[in-house]
Design a binder for this molecule. Structure first.
Ligand code: SAH
Length: 374
């Protein structure tokens, strides 16, 4: 078993341990498996980090836990609440970089958008996270720490009945499937009934299309998936989503089909399509998309491009977005448009930039290119 050790104390952080690992951890202390369930409930359902507050655990065991373990979430350096109720946090990670997490409340739903990496290595041409380069993977506790912190931010919460987070999307910074093991551990915890009980239909892993990792998910998890397609043909997708050069569209859609057909229930994949004015929003693109997705159980989510300085792309007008949506709807696809929330606090897709200490030096190259191009 690999466990993350808190550096200065040599104590393990229990926040990122899924039930099975926690059972093994307690076995190592000579304790029965049910302790794992008890401690998970304290940590995740009651937000308790101090072992002394875990009152159904014997004093001797609490003492033992204090000596060898901690419950520690990432440090929140900034919180902003938008006029529409959207909350955004900047969380500082050991090493100095920061990541962003966003919570979007909507009626009795609360969707939490979680980051999986500091920065991103994939460099999609229209994504500002990509322009910041890549620093490192987040650990399971840093991923789970985002939902833990988000819930803790509600001060008067009645934890026995209020559920500020009902849905989780791995659509923050990073490519979740390039941080496979930690993401699998983290979603295991988020879906666990002794932790957050997020249902498989309400937990979505979004990927730019790392095909071998989609195949690896088979049998390991039954979470929902979203594919960042953004283009209906390989020529265009090669430019917008460079990982397409390695795993082209046909290969990607086949792996998605395999994943869906291995699930016990009937599920649809979400096809994400960021609309870039004049680039991928023409009628021919809609027509190609309609025939490309034939036979795939899917729904399409259109994301109007969220501009950022120097991106070189434009957001289509509302009319152009609606026109593209109509073409797809007429083609037989359930098509939604992602409404922009938390605009006043820069919480929209692709605006999650965190503060990445870039180890790939891509941000430097990007700034140079921007200067050359004016
Ligand atoms: N790496 C994952 C998660 C990325 S973010 C993935 O690729 O799916 C979630 C979505 O926002 C992706 O579909 C991404 O392509 C899209 N996105 C990124 N930057 C954007 C921007 N500036 N405007 C609109 N959508 C953007």
């Amino acid at each position: 078993m690999t466990i993350d050790v808190v550096e200065d104390t040599n104590r393990v952080n229990l926040l990122g341990m899924p039930r099975q690992k926690l059972i093994e951890f307690f076995a190592g202390l000579g304790e029965k498996p049910f302790r794992a369930k008890q401690v998970m409930q304290w940590i995740h359902q009651y937000g308790v980090k101090d072992f002394d507050d875990m009152t159904n655990i014997s004093k001797t065991l609490r003492q033992k836990l204090k000596e060898c373990a901690v419950v520690e979430g990432p440090e929140i350096t900034y919180q902003n609440i938008s006029k529409d109720g959207t909350r955004k946090w900047l969380m500082k990670m050991p090493g100095g970089s920061s990541i962003e997490t966003v919570l979007i409340p909507e009626g009795n739903r609360g969707t939490l958008c979680i980051s999986s990496q500091i920065g991103c290595a994939l460099d999609c041409s229209f994504c500002s996270t990509g322009k910041q380069g890549f620093n490192r993977n987040l650990s399971a506790e840093e991923i789970v720490g985002q939902i833990w912190n988000a819930i803790a931010s509600f001060e008067d919460l009645d934890r026995n009945k209020d559920r500020p987070v009902t849905n989780v999307v791995m659509m923050g910074m990073g490519e979740p499937l390039l941080n496979f093991d930690n993401v699998m551990d983290a979603i295991d915890i988020m879906m666990d009934d002794f932790a957050y009980s997020i249902s498989k239909r309400r937990l979505t892993i979004s990927t730019a299309g790392v095909v071998p990792a989609i195949d690896r998910m088979n049998g390991l998890t039954d979470a929902s998936i979203a594919i960042s397609l953004h283009a209906p043909n390989n020529e265009l997708r090669d430019q917008l989503v460079p990982v397409n050069r390695k795993y082209p569209i046909e290969m990607l859609l086949e792996s998605v089909q395999r994943y869906l057909s291995n699930l016990a229930d009937k599920r649809k994949v979400t096809i994400e399509y960021t609309l870039l004015a004049g680039v991928n929003d023409r009628k021919t693109h809609a027509e190609q998309l309609i025939s490309l997705l034939k036979g795939l159980p899917c729904k399409i989510n259109l994301i109007p491009f969220n501009p950022f300085p120097g991106s070189g792309y434009k957001k289509p007008s509302n009319n152009e977005v609606r026109r593209f949506q109509d073409w797809l709807t007429e083609g037989g696809y359930i098509t939604t448009v992602r409404t922009t929330r938390g605009d006043d606090i820069d919480a929209a897709c692709g605006q999650l930039v965190g503060q990445v200490e870039d180890r790939t030096r891509r941000s430097q190259k990007y700034i140079q290119v921007q200067q050359v191009n004016g």
